[in-house]
Design a binder for this molecule. Structure first.
Ligand code: NAP
Length: 624
């Protein structure tokens, strides 16, 4: 669309992310009046109006002339500070500069072979074609390194193809849950629904040359390292029961965390005559109309699906073991307005700065929520001031959703601190729980019989359908595939002895030429940027290891036992300080913590983690 009228521009400015628009216009014009106004979040209402009017004026009169100035790193940092009001530390700046996506290939490892060409027949095997596997494929394709992606299913998309339950969608803004090398993807909603994410991943895989290397219906059974030849021998199961074999110089598992559903083994479950559903196996033709439905679990999945389930079913019983802090998100479920789409497509820099403002709204920082503040606690406070403010705010939110139901409030407010578990986003869950045809049961489930669920107090809950939104066995990394490394040692045996661990979430000694994407303790809890950006950084690290191997004429890359041990000792010591391991109410198994150990995330601040993954540290990583 060209030359929209002023009313359209006013609507666009009213609906858009004003902080991002201000940043883009500062970037393009350098105007002092835009800078002087200060961060949008702290503006008085009349200043917000003044800022909006200024933006409308600029877009109405000067849009065709707007062009981003080359402000250099210092200029970008100044704009970041103008948005947040706080300076950005060096490591965060570097990864956030890439996150802005101004360069064509942010985070990518770029390389041209030097002394040694790529050896004849050199291949990388990528296991899984979800977000991570596709991202690595794009990185390898850019380097010209031959690769195969092996996918057990018949389409790309990983967890987004498996999970098709009602209302599935991303629970972070789509402007952050995307790769930074594909600019201005035309998402239709602020938080894209599952089918749209699937379509996005299919698009990326095709556009960037990954799809043509993807072998579907190849389920990795076993990978065995041949120490004499430094190659991995791979065995795949096919749907017809046959097996196929192949080899690769390097194997990267991008199998993800959500391959293995966790289904509770209640005594008597096998006698249940109704329909038993795990959300990752949602039957296509499942009708809940007129049915009595039970929902176990109030994690991200159970919370996302309850409202549509309650809408359709005759009666729902929600079984809650532990209350969650469930929080609202601005624009959750809303389409991106045509006016905002126009801004994304036409205002230089808006899409980029929107990514930045989105992560700044998203992230919790160590000092705010995850590390107890001794000064605050000495004054009688709990955890940190922000933690308590959030507790008050979220308790008020729960109250606002359930109305005058003190019986419910008591059961719904957690006794542990907010933000120490994986944040859960509200999709009308509290309102659904307060419906007259929904019952909240907090009594423990003891057993099942042919009719339904029986709780510890002896109450029987007759059900036609039981939905077990009980999550995934996230610590069964890589399972069911078996990796057999040096000395015929199985990775799962090693992990059985010491719990799943890795160096930087990526490597385990004795398993040369093998990397994991989203392995144990991989994502720094303090975030810094969003998950797909970490996917890209992990891929770049793996690519650097591979190209170093090629450049230096080696055939093997491994992490040393010493580096692995010391890394994990430091990691455990750092993790022990985190509220999620010290706050009594939260220190039990959940997505982050398993068996008393921080499991899926890493306890690091960005700089500490990036120091391990930016470049392979030669004292830690051996090439031979
Ligand atoms: P989850 O966070 O592990 O939650 C499992 C739920 O089931 C918890 O409420 C748990 O209660 C309950 N539960 C488990 N076993 C039980 C038992 N035997 N009896 C009673 N209750 C039981 O699993 P999830 O909700 O599937 O989420 C897993 C991860 O998937 C998330 O952390 C997130 O990373 C991802 N996810 C993302 C999205 C998205 O929108 N992007 C959507 C869904 C999921 P306790 O708390 O007491 O253990």
């Amino acid at each position: 669309m060209t030359n929209p009228d002023r009313a359209f521009i006013e609507r666009a400015v009213a609906a858009c992310d004003l902080a991002a628009l201000r940043a883009a216009l500062i970037h393009a014009t350098g105007r002092d009046d835009l800078v002087a106004l200060g961060p949008v979040a702290s503006l008085a209402p009349e200043d917000v109006e003044r800022l909006r009017a200024l933006c409308v004026e600029i877009l109405d009169t000067s849009l065709p002339e707007l062009e981003l100035r080359d402000v250099g790193d210092d200029g970008l940092r100044e704009i970041m500070t103008a948005i947040t009001g706080n300076p950005c530390d060096d490591a965060d700046f570097i990864i956030r500069r890439e996150f802005l996506g101004f360069s064509e290939w942010p985070y990518f490892h770029e390389w041209t072979p030097t002394t040694n060409p790529i050896p004849e027949g050199f291949r990388v095997a990528v296991i899984g074609s979800g977000f991570n596997g596709i991202g690595l494929g794009v990185q390898l394709a850019r380097l010209g390194i031959a690769f195969d992606v092996y996918e057990r299913r018949s389409e790309v998309g990983g967890t987004w193809t498996i999970n098709r339950y009602p209302d599935i969608r991303v629970d972070t803004l789509s402007s952050t849950y995307e790769f930074s090398f594909e600019k201005r993807y035309p998402w239709t909603e602020y938080f894209a629904r599952g089918p749209e994410v699937r379509a996005y991943l299919d698009h990326i895989s095709r556009k960037f040359g990954v799809m043509e290397h993807t072998h579907f219906e190849h389920d990795l059974v076993e990978a065995v390292y041949d120490e004499d030849r430094d190659v991995w021998k791979l065995t795949f199961a096919r749907p017809d029961g046959s097996t196929v074999h192949s080899e690769a110089n390097v194997v990267v598992s991008a199998a993800g965390l959500f391959a293995n559903p966790k289904i509770p083994d209640f005594p008597g479950a096998d006698r249940f005559k109704g329909v038993f559903v795990h959300p990752s196996r949602w039957p296509e033709d499942l009708s809940l109309a007129g049915k009595r439905v039970g929902v176990i679990g109030n994690g991200s999945t159970g919370v996302q699906l309850l409202a549509p389930v309650a809408e359709e079913a005759a009666h729902v019983t929600v079984f809650q073991r532990t209350p969650q802090w469930i929080s609202p998100r601005d624009r959750y479920g809303m389409p991106i307005e045509p006016e905002v789409r126009w801004i994304i497509d036409t205002v230089p820099g808006y899409w980029n700065w929107c990514r930045f403002t989105s992560i700044m709204n998203l992230f919790t920082f160590h000092q705010d929520f995850l590390l107890n503040d001794p000064e605050w606690e000495a004054k009688g406070g709990r955890i940190t001031e922000k933690s308590e403010l959030t507790r008050t705010m979220l308790t008020g939110y729960i109250q606002s959703q359930i109305g005058d139901r003190p019986d419910l409030l008591e059961k719904l407010v957690p006794d542990y601190a907010p933000m120490v578990r994986r944040p859960v986003v509200d999709n009308g869950w509290y309102r659904a729980v307060a419906r007259p045809d929904v019952e909240l049961v907090t009594e423990a489930i003891e057993s099942m019989d042919e009719n339904g669920v029986i709780c510890a107090d002896g109450t029987a809950h007759p059900l036609d359908v039981l939905i077990c939104a009980t999550g995934f066995d996230v610590v069964r990394y890589l399972a069911p595939a078996d990796y057999v490394g040096v000395g015929a040692r199985r990775l799962h045996d090693r992990w059985a002895d010491e719990s799943p661990r890795a160096y930087a979430g990526l490597m385990v000694p004795g398993f040369p030429n093998f990397f994991m994407l989203y392995g144990p303790n991989s994502q720094p809890v303090s975030g810094g940027v969003s998950l797909p950006a970490w996917y890209q950084m992990w891929s770049a690290f793996i690519a650097k290891c591979i190209t170093t191997m090629i450049d230096e004429g080696h055939t093997r890359v491994d992490v040393t036992e010493k580096a692995y041990r010391e890394y994990n000792e430091r990691l455990d010591a750092e993790a022990a300080k985190l509220t999620m391991l010290t706050d009594a109410g939260s220190a039990k198994d959940n997505y982050y913590v398993q068996g008393g150990r921080l499991q899926t995330s890493a306890p690091w601040e960005t700089a500490e983690y990036v120091a391990y993954t930016d470049e392979p540290i030669r004292e830690h990583i051996s090439f031979s």
